[in-house]
Each structure stands twice: as structure tokens, then as C-alpha cells.
Write a protein that binds this ligand. Structure first.
Ligand code: HEM
Length: 534
């Protein structure tokens, strides 16, 4: 090799090295600078270079840490997840001011590469969609499906499915966890796809829970590398990133299930069989809504995902509260007995006459909100709030856990006290002469707030009321262990939806007569179900 060639090659090597080092420095400085707190950002703990506050957060139940930070830094806290700006709202006042009043800029969602790009691309997952036209189009359809009249027309399904659940609890009380989970899926399966899920082990209910469990598992904090915080991880090839294979399998599973259900509904409609389910009207109005098959199938699947575990978990928390606070349960039973007597169990027609039970429902939603830390919103333009500056792209959590325990708002917030909702519809401490109620607050923040607020709230509340009423009428519920653990840290699952782990409990029919009524009503429910049979 000539001297010139040697010199040329070493120059090339040095230039390449300089280029790589420069790139590395630029990359590191960008991430170093980005992990610093913005000027006038809400107060929060000091952040470390590159990772921000990530090292200070637990891998599960971050809402507890957010609440604890609140006692140090106040009801609005600024954090850094790597370069991502994050704000936690621990007071309803901030949620009202930002999510509710400034909804046009606080209603997007943060990037979710695994959920929105790998598993549900093509704008198919309404919960994960950013604020914009694809979300608006789907939200409009969902709201039309879940309007008060349509939702209330589903009450016969809820009555019949709850009647079956009471019958199953009578036959097999130990299987209570599966019976309640079956209920919430079966109601949505019938309402959305016009199909039945007669037992927890029936293939459709199993398939739905499997797909849903997989989806929530992969989206759980810590289950996969933090690709949205460190985007370079997205570029890893699949053989170095097993989470990509996992995501692909979930995508295949979801598509098989959702398209399968849609096709079954379509062939029922073609046979001239109508159940009046949501999919039927979406298929009929396809031209008007502009939604293709893929979006319709996913909308159905997502309604099931969004409505199943959330409703079941709230019912489990109700049962747990009833065994931990037996006096509240006795009062609920007295009220229901007064309204229904012993010859029939309550139905949706009785809901309006059960204020104490409604207070129990609101207290359950306050005491143990399922989406305790909230589903994050994303700010779409720079904003100022009081003395604070919130940059475009900030991710915000309305921390329902802390909001429902706000000092000065609730008496003894850790206690399950339905009475608080009888004294005052918001369950808050002061009312009447002492302080005028803030009528613009929400009764619960468990369904979120602003333009992304849960569109299924009424459907969920109808289910909760009908089941709670039937449970309290039918059974004496008691703990099957000396100590009833209601502690959120030990008795509840991790994950972004938190639910009581299976706990020991007994369901005793209240009398022979109650038993006979439950069996008789189940026979009538079976007649109702024949409309879903081939
Ligand atoms: C106890 C039961 C339920 C709870 C606690 C619950 C809670 C929530 C929460 C916290 C959100 C996010 C709100 C936000 O971002 O501010 C949400 C969104 C949503 N929920 Fe529910 N939900 C429940 C039941 C249901 C049911 C029964 C359905 C429908 C069948 C449903 C459909 C949805 C949908 C489609 C969204 C996405 C809305 C959007 O991003 O625009 N939910 N829910």
C-alpha cells in the first residue's frame, strides 16, 4: 500500500470517528437538555440527567407515589419521564380548569408506539388516538351508540344477564370471580355484537379476556422497554426485541377475534335475524359514518375491552366494601327490601328508588377507582396556567386516586362511607350554608374528564346498579377469612387498571324463598336469551 493510501485511509478513519463522536455528543446533549425541567414548570422533585424522575417512580401503582408527592409539592406536580414533560393533577380544580374548560388543547393522547403503531395501526384504537379527525369521527359514532336512550334500551339485557349471574352465584358461589367477569363481557357481547356469552368458559368470553389480558399486559409499565421515552429503541430489529414479536401476536389475535365477531353478526343480519345490536346499526349506516369494516370491527372490540374489566373490577370492589363495612350492606338490604319485598328481585325499574344503593355505587367509584391514576391526556399547544408554563406535548394525569381523597373535600377519605353522597350529591365535606357547592365539579373522576371522558359511563352505572341491587337482595355476603384486606397495596392488582385480587367471601341465599325466586327468574331470563340463539 502506498503512503498516500495509508494516509488517506487513516484520515477517513479519523473523520468517521469524529463524525460518530459528534453525533454521540449531539445525541447526549439533546437528551441531557431535554431531561431538565422547563422554566416555570409546576413544582416537583429534582430530575436526574437523561432519565428525569423515572428512577423515583415505582414500577406499579404510580398513582400512590403521585399522591405522596402531592403532600410535598402541592396539588399540581411537574415531572420528567426522560425528555417527556409530565404533569400530575391531584385536585379536581385543576382537572376542571384544564381538561374540562380548555378541552380543545388538553384532549390528545401521548404516543404509544406499541399500542397504536404495532398492534392497532391505521387509527383503529379510539382510546389511544391523538386528538384530530380520525378520533372525532369515531367518537361521534361511539357517542351516538352510547346516548342515554340507546343505553337505557339495553336495560333488559342487563337485567337478564344479572339474573343469570345471581343464579350462577347460587349454584357455585366459589366461582364468583368468573361469574362477575362473565357478566360484564356478556352484556357488551350482546349489546355490541348481538351474541351470547353464557358461561365464563364459553369460547368467546375466554377469547375476549385472553386478547384483553394480553393487550393490557404489554401496555403495562415495565413490561416492555420504554420505547416512547427513548424512541431509538423502536428501530431495534425483531430478533433483538422480543416485545415486537409479542405485539405482532396480539395484533393477529385481536384481528381474528374482532373480524370473526363482525362477520358472524353480518351473516346473522343477512339471514334476516335482528337483535338491534350496535354492529347491526353500524353496518347499516356504513355509508353515512364512512367507517370501513376494519374500523367497525375494532370499535366493537374496543368497546368490549373498555367496558368489561372496568365494570367487573368495580363490582368486586363493591363486594369487598360490603364485607369490610357490613353496616352499609345491611342498610342497602333494608332499602331494597322496602322497595321490592321478598317476592321478586330488583330490576332496573327500581334503580330510581334506591338512593342509598346509588350512594354505595358512587362511594365504590370514589373509594377504589379502577383507572386510579387516570388515562393520560396530551397538551397540543403551549399554555400558561396561573404562574406555570406548560409546554406543548406535556402529558397530564388526572390522578383520580388523590382527587377522591383531596384534603378539605372529603371527611375520612380512606373510609367507605356511602352517607357522604346522601348529604351532598358530590360526596364532599361542605354543603348548604357552610359553602356553596361547586356545581361544575364531577361526582366522580373515575371516568376521566374533558372531551375524552368515558362515553360508557351511563352503561357502566346501569350495570353496577342492577347487579348491586340484585346481589344485596339475593345474598348475605360475608368474609370467609378473619381479616378483610382492603389495602390498595396488597389486596389490589398492579397494572394500569387496578382490581381486587380474588378474596375469600361467601354468598348465602337470604332464605329458601329468595332461592326459589332466583331460580324462577332465571327461567324467565332463559326465555329472553333465546333471541340470541341460532
Ligand atoms: C366502571 C366502568 C368504567 C370505568 C371506570 C371507565 C373509565 C374510563 C376512563 C378513566 C377513560 C379515560 C377518560 C379520559 O381520558 O379522561 C375511559 C375511556 C373510554 N371508555 Fe370507559 N370506563 C368504564 C366503562 C366503559 C364502558 C361500559 C364502555 C363502553 C362500552 C366504555 C368505553 C370507553 C371508551 C370508548 C373510552 C375512550 C374514549 C376516548 O378516548 O375518546 N367505558 N373510560
Amino acid at each position: 500500500m502506498t503512503l498516500t493510501a495509508v494516509l488517506g485511509s487513516s484520515l477517513l478513519k479519523s473523520a468517521t470517528l469524529i463524525f460518530i463522536v459528534t453525533l454521540l455528543i449531539a445525541f447526549l446533549s439533546k437528551h441531557y437538555l431535554a431531561s431538565r425541567r422547563p422554566r416555570n414548570f409546576p413544582p416537583g422533585p429534582p430530575s436526574a440527567p437523561f432519565i428525569g424522575n423515572l428512577h423515583q417512580l415505582p414500577t406499579a401503582k404510580a398513582f400512590l407515589k403521585f399522591q405522596q408527592l402531592g403532600s410535598e409539592y402541592g396539588s399540581i406536580i411537574g415531572l420528567k419521564f426522560g425528555s417527556q414533560n409530565v404533569v400530575v393533577l391531584n385536585s379536581y380544580k385543576h382537572v376542571k380548569e384544564l381538561f374540562d374548560k380548555r378541552g380543545s388543547i388538553y384532549s390528545s393522547r401521548p404516543d404509544n408506539f406499541i399500542g397504536s403503531t404495532l398492534i392497532c395501526p391505521n387509527d383503529t384504537h379510539i382510546l389511544l388516538l391523538p386528538y384530530g379527525d380520525p378520533w372525532r369521527k369515531q367518537r361521534k359514532v361511539v357517542q351516538s351508540l352510547l346516548n342515554v336512550n340507546t343505553v337505557d334500551s339495553l336495560l333488559p339485557i342487563q337485567n337478564a344477564e344479572a339474573t343469570q349471574t345471581m343464579f350462577q352465584l347460587l349454584q357455585d358461589p366459589e366461582g364468583y370471580y368468573d361469574h362477575i367477569r362473565r357478566y360484564s363481557t356478556a352484556v357488551i357481547l350482546a349489546s355490541v355484537f348481538g351474541q351470547r356469552g353464557p358461561s365464563f368458559n364459553s369460547p368467546k368470553v375466554q377469547a375476549l379476556y385472553h386478547a384483553q389480558d394480553q393487550f393490557t399486559a404489554i401496555l403495562e409499565q415495565g413490561a416492555t422497554p420504554p420505547v416512547d421515552i427513548f424512541p431509538f429503541l423502536k428501530a431495534l430489529p425483531e430478533f433483538m426485541a422480543p416485545w415486537k414479536t409479542w405485539a405482532r401476536k396480539i395484533r393477529e389475535e385481536q384481528r381474528t377475534l374482532y373480524f370473526g365477531l363482525l362477520n358472524e353478526t353480518r351473516s346473522q343480519v343477512m339471514k334476516g335475524k335482528s337483535t338491534g345490536c350496535f354492529m347491526e346499526s353500524l353496518l347499516k349506516d356504513q355509508e353515512k359514518s364512512g367507517l370501513d369494516d376494519e374500523h367497525i370491527a375494532y370499535l366493537g372490540g374496543i368497546l368490549m375491552e373498555a367496558g368489561s374489566d372496568t365494570t367487573a373490577s368495580t363490582l368486586f370492589s363493591f363486594v369487598l366494601a360490603m364485607i369490610a363495612y357490613p353496616l352499609a350492606f345491611e342498610k342497602a338490604q333494608e332499602e331494597i327490601d322496602r322497595v321490592c319485598g321478598t317476592s321478586r328481585s330488583p330490576t332496573s325499574d327500581d334503580i330510581k328508588d334506591l338512593p342509598y344503593l346509588r350512594a354505595c355505587m358512587n362511594e365504590t367509584l370514589r373509594w377504589r377507582p379502577v383507572a386510579a391514576g387516570g388515562i393520560p391526556h396530551l397538551l397540543t399547544q403551549d399554555d400558561t396556567y396561573g404562574d406555570y408554563f406548560l409546554p406543548k406535548g406535556t402529558m397530564l394525569f388526572a390522578n383520580a386516586w388523590a382527587i377522591h381523597r383531596e384534603e378539605g373535600e372529603y371527611d375520612h377519605p380512606e373510609e367507605f362511607m356511602p352517607e357522604r353522597f346522601l348529604d351532598n350529591k358530590f360526596g364532599t365535606r361542605f354543603s348548604g350554608a357552610e359553602r356553596s357547592e361547586d356545581n361544575n365539579r364531577r361526582v366522580t373522576y373515575g371516568f376521566g374528564a374533558g372531551r375524552r371522558v368515558c362515553p360508557g359511563q351511563r352503561l357502566a352505572e346501569n350495570s353496577l346498579m342492577v347487579n348491586m341491587a340484585k346481589l344485596a337482595w339475593s345474598f348475605n355476603i360475608a368474609p370467609a377469612s378473619k381479616v378483610v384486606d382492603t389495602d390498595i397495596k396488597t389486596a389490589y392488582s398492579d397494572g394500569f387498571l387496578t382490581s381486587p385480587r380474588k378474596f375469600p367471601v361467601t354468598f348465602e341465599p337470604r332464605s329458601e324463598n329468595h332461592k326459589v325466586v332466583i331460580q324462577k327468574e332465571y327461567e324467565s331470563a332463559r326465555v329472553f336469551f333465546t333471541r340470541y340463539e341460532d
